[in-house]
Write a protein that binds this ligand. Structure first.
Ligand code: PFF
Length: 457
């Protein structure tokens, strides 16, 4: 058995896990979901989902990973030898591979846009120009593929250096950078003229829009944003040391993730209001950050072109950093699995994952251009990947994780792990087990059935 690495510090462990959680889901998906689902009303439901559903599942993933000190597939094998539970871990590895392949396509686009912003290419463009710029780029036969490869190679470069010298070290650089950029952007955005109406929209709860679907969307967003359901956090927790307080770490990661999502809202809505732009549901999808926002930034700072320039450059840099810390975590799930299960050197395991994700990613990247007519159930390859991963793989994974933690894991082991052998108090223990047994599995089942139109709240 080769020596297994650990995160060298508590801060490093928190930043790595928070890095996995904070990503395109916070900066791009969260503001849109909020906009479509009733502003603050959605935020309140989302917060309830984070506390009631997200935290217990995150806690379970942490517990399973830290207890077994293994990759996610082996973790289940160790806790439930000779049972089919190992398939939950394997599903996680597969999902990680799958998500990385399409997530890195969008991440690659952020590099192109950061470069366009840096070269001041957005200046002087009108609202009609931005859709054209985006379509020309995303359907280009070479550029999106090149940026996809670049992004996965960037991820590879970090992962291959290992847990402490790669993932932890880079998380310690990238996460503070992300906090600083996002804080500057929020201050800029909320101090624009007319920003108040954007803020009002974000803080005014419109309960008339709330229905069952809004609740289900909030749950789905919470899982996606917290990186739950595919063993990412289980894998990271396998590098936690025995003294890590799992409950505290769970709370810290959830607070950071939620704060960043809210801050993204405080960037996008005030800027849109300042630009005199009402974000409509049609702005959903990649078009928000690649068509609507570059235009919003130009209009919002119309009188101060240098500010529009700096704001746009920082925004796309923020997206690159946020996406990178997430792709690292997806890559690590597969790399640790390959290395430990097939006894490969880490370098080779990472190389296999990198090559496979690039190969699969190319099909996704081309699905906006050369392969755009290749459709299944009326969905492009990219859409099929996104839909399958977020609507099937993650919820199914999350559901089984909560059933495993609530019903299968021995109670004493569970308590020992969250109290660090009885050294910390866990007054919430019974409530936690109850939620994992009954609430989370049923809630997730509702999400899944809802996707297929088999259930409506
Ligand atoms: N949490 C990431 C985001 O918000 O962008 C996305 C993600 C990362 C989902 C890792 C799932 C995962 F395992």
């Amino acid at each position: 058995m080769t020596h297994r690495e650990n995160f060298g510090s508590k801060l490093g462990a928190i930043l790595a896990a928070a890095g996995s959680a904070v990503g395109l889901g916070n900066i791009w998906r969260f503001p849109i979901e909020t906009g479509r689902n009733g502003g603050a009303a959605f935020i309140l439901i989302y917060l309830a989902c984070i506390i009631l559903l997200g935290m217990p599942i995150m806690m379970s993933e942490f517990l399973i990973g830290r207890h077994t000190q293994s990759n996610t597939a082996r973790a289940y094998q160790k806790l439930a030898p000779g049972t089919p539970w190992k398939w939950v871990g394997r599903l996680g590895v597969f999902t990680g591979f799958f998500i990385l392949s399409y997530y890195a396509v969008v991440a690659g686009w952020t590099i192109e846009y950061a470069i366009l912003a840096l070269g001041n290419q957005f200046s002087g463009q009108t609202a009609q120009d931005f859709p054209r710029i985006f379509t020309e780029f995303s359907s280009h036969p070479v550029k999106p593929v090149a940026w996809l490869i670049a992004f996965i190679l960037l991820t590879h470069f970090v992962v291959v250096r290992g847990v402490a010298r790669g993932i932890e070290r880079w998380s310690k650089v990238l996460m503070p950078m992300l906090f600083i950029i996002i804080a500057i952007l929020v201050v800029c955005s909320v101090s624009m003229p007319n920003a108040v109406s954007g803020i009002r929209f974000l803080l005014y709860p419109d309960f008339s829009k709330v229905d069952g679907n809004v609740v289900l969307n909030a749950m789905g967003q919470a899982f996606y944003s917290l990186s739950l359901g595919m063993g990412c956090l289980c894998t990271y927790a396998s590098y936690f040391n025995r003294k890590t307080n799992l409950m505290k770490t769970t709370a810290q990661v959830c607070v950071i993730d939620t704060l960043i999502a809210l801050m993204a809202g405080f960037i996008i809505f005030p800027a849109a209001a300042a630009a005199g732009y009402g974000l409509s549901p049609d702005d959903i999808g990649p078009s928000l950050i690649f068509i609507t926002l570059p235009n919003v930034f130009q209009q919002a700072f119309g009188g101060l072109p240098w500010l529009a320039y700096v704001f746009s450059v920082m925004f796309y840099l923020l997206l690159i950093v946020a996406a990178l810390t997430s792709t690292i975590s997806m890559h690590e799930v597969v790399t640790s699995y390959m290395a430990e299960e097939f006894n490969l050197p880490r370098r080779r395991a990472a190389l296999i994952e990198t090559s496979a994700s690039i190969l699969l990613g190319i099909f996704c990247a081309l699905s906006f251009g050369a392969l755009k007519d290749f459709k299944l159930f009326d969905k492009t390859i990219f859409d099929i990947f996104d839909w399958t991963a977020s609507n099937i793989c993650l919820p199914v994974g999350g559901m089984f994780i909560s059933i495993f933690a609530g019903w299968y894991i021995d109670r004493k082991l569970f308590r020992d792990e969250i109290t660090n052998g009885g050294t910390i108090r866990a007054p919430y223990f019974k409530a936690l087990v109850f939620i994992l047994r009954y609430i989370t599995p049923l809630a997730i089942l509702a999400i899944i059935l809802n996707q297929f139109g088999l259930f409506r709240l």
